[in-house]
Design a protein. Structure first.
Length: 313
């Protein structure tokens, strides 16, 4: 068995983006309905008699996440945390969130994806701690009182993603989803032992959009179109659509998107990170090239001290 000191030293030396490693016993929760490709929404409402003076929110995960407080994304990164592929080790980030909190009900929400297609009962562990204006402390760990449901997005076996724009819930992070039958209590997974958890600094918690570029040109083939960006980049393709039919399926460089039928809608990857250069946009029998209003390349960059060797995906 590797001594604890050596294990922590390994994390410090070989994960330079990590500020420190701590020995932790995470309060893991997961979604029983999830399968190996499932993305999951988690949500919990906390009630405070007065607005907290200080509050720290720590999220540990074996996958990838977005985290919201009262509907506001607490990070400036678009893909968190930075990890190599394939890896499902416990990585965590702590955020100071008192500026997002208020007196009364406060909704903490997590959008989780596995780091690659596989099933793990240890999906997220959340700790909320702080104090009020009178110095009274509070500390809450995630447990079965958290609610969860399958999200409107999932991973695909080919390394892409699928999302249904028609079922998108824009206000689920506010606890406003009325489809209560789709929400169930999260399942608890007891930590059998303390773990060495890498805690990343809030300012370097994940990948950020460094530039947005346009295609150099495009080639049309029947009812499909190739968009050429001229140089390869790691990131996402974001497409703005108009006059698409509800339920129409459009494929965008690894994203399988089901249209909502709104006048204007945008489709983009969220949890996978391909290398893009020449991108095919095509669809089912309802798709027309004229529906594509705008195509953008979002170049993503990791923190400056993230290892340059190896592939993140």
């Amino acid at each position: 068995m590797i001594p604890r000191r050596l294990l922590i030293l390994w994390f410090i030396l070989f994960m330079p983006v990590v500020m420190w490693a701590q020995v932790w016993r995470p309060a893991w929760i997961g979604c029983e309905r999830a399968v190996s490709f499932s993305c999951v929404w988690f949500s919990r409402t906390y009630t405070f008699k007065t607005k907290p003076l200080r509050a720290s929110l720590t999220l540990i995960t074996t996958g990838l996440f977005d985290i919201y407080v009262n509907g506001r994304n607490v990070s400036t990164s678009v893909l968190m945390p930075c990890r190599q592929y394939p890896d499902d080790g416990a990585l965590g980030v702590s955020y100071q969130i008192e500026r997002f909190l208020r007196r009364g009900n406060n909704v903490i929400s997590v959008f989780y994806s596995p780091s690659f297609p596989h099933l793990s009962k240890r999906q997220v562990a959340v700790n909320l701690a702080g104090c009020d204006a009178l110095g009274r402390k509070f500390c809450y760990d995630s447990d079965a009182s958290w609610l969860c449901r399958l999200a409107d997005r999932r991973l695909l076996p080919n390394g892409g993603e699928a999302t249904d724009g028609a079922s998108l819930l824009s206000d689920w992070t506010l606890g406003s989803d009325n489809s209560l039958a789709l929400w169930t209590n999260a399942s608890e997974t007891e930590s059998c032992a303390e773990e060495a958890v890498c805690l990343m600094p809030e300012r370097e918690d994940g990948w950020k959009v460094s530039r947005i570029i346009s295609p150099k040109y495009f080639d049309t083939e029947h009812d499909s179109v190739w968009y050429e960006f001229g140089t390869g980049f790691r990131g996402w393709i974001r497409v703005t659509l108009r006059d698409a039919k509800p339920g129409e399926v459009i494929n965008i460089g690894g994203l399988e998107y089901v249209c909502s039928g709104q006048m204007d809608e945008q489709a983009c990857l969220k949890f996978t990170l391909p290398v893009c250069r020449r991108v095919l946009v095509c669809g089912d029998e309802s798709f027309r090239v004229s529906q594509v209003q705008k195509v953008e390349g979002l170049i993503l960059e990791p923190p400056t001290d993230w290892p340059k060797t190896g592939s993140p995906w």
